[in-house]
Structures are given as C-alpha cells and as structure tokens.
Design a binder for this molecule. Structure first.
Ligand SMILES: [Zn+2]
Length: 60
C-alpha cells in the first residue's frame, strides 16, 4: 500500500486546489468568460485540513 504521509495535510476533498473558477456561462462585454471563484466547502479555501474542533468547523 502506498504511503501518503505528506507532512502538510492537504485537503482530501480538493487535493490542495481549494479555490476553483467556475464559468457561469455568461460573458463580459469584452468577450471574456465570467468566472466565479468557489472555495472548497471542506477546507473553506485553505487547501489543507486543520485539526480543529468539530464544533468550530460546523459553525463556519
Ligand atoms: Zn478542500
């Protein structure tokens, strides 16, 4: 079994890519696509898990 013992605890939900740009389908007047930055719901955009209290994590 491969070991995943990386010292920084990367969020398993987003694998470190905490913020992604979602295209909304609309375009700006200059032709570029409108993107909305979405933070990972699991790590809240931090890209890493943190040993915090479950009560605190649920509050956010
Ligand atoms: Zn994440």
């Amino acid at each position: 079994m491969p070991q995943h013992a990386r010292s920084p605890r990367v969020c398993p939900n987003c694998d470190g890519f905490a913020t992604v740009a979602i295209t909304t389908g609309t375009r700006h007047v200059n032709g570029t696509r409108t993107t909305v930055p979405i933070d990972c719901p699991a790590c809240h955009g931090t890209g890493a898990t943190r040993p915090t209290h479950p009560r605190e994590a649920a509050r956010v």
